[in-house]
Design a protein. Structure first.
Length: 134
């Protein structure tokens, strides 16, 4: 089957619309390398749920996209700053999934708690108050 550039561009556009959220989740996944496969699945499931246009994309296709994403501290903060235009329900889902990734190994460690607190604080500064409990 020949490569369809238009189709690839539209696929990339759908994934790019959820890029900041995916970077944040990948950042949490990389804080503690335990259970990397489980955390990767959470990120892929989040992308498919939060961006319905990706529902029929293969896991491998989305994995390849996630692999290209940066996940350093600066990337985390840059992506946080770009979340202000996201709806509150979407944000609650993001925070819940970040907490799920952090707790995947049975405990939320200090660094994970610290960055979850920063995520919540940043959202509050943008006027978003996710209704979520850990």
């Amino acid at each position: 089957r020949p490569w369809n550039e238009d189709k690839a561009a539209s696929h990339y556009q759908y994934l790019n619309e959820i890029r900041n959220e995916a970077i944040i989740l990948k950042f949490f996944a990389k804080l503690n390398p335990n259970l990397a496969d489980v955390k990767q699945r959470v990120i892929i499931d989040y992308i498919k749920d939060a961006q319905p246009a990706t529902a029929n994309f293969s896991r491998q296709y989305i994995e390849a996209f996630v692999e290209t994403l940066p996940y350093g501290n600066d990337d985390f903060y840059d992506s946080l700053d770009k979340l202000e235009h996201t709806n509150e329900e979407h944000i609650e889902h993001l925070v819940y999934e970040a907490a799920k990734i952090s707790a995947a190994d049975g405990a939320i460690h200090y660094e994970e708690k610290r960055f979850l607190a920063e995520l919540l604080q940043s959202l509050r500064e943008h006027g978003l108050e996710p209704d979520i409990e850990f």
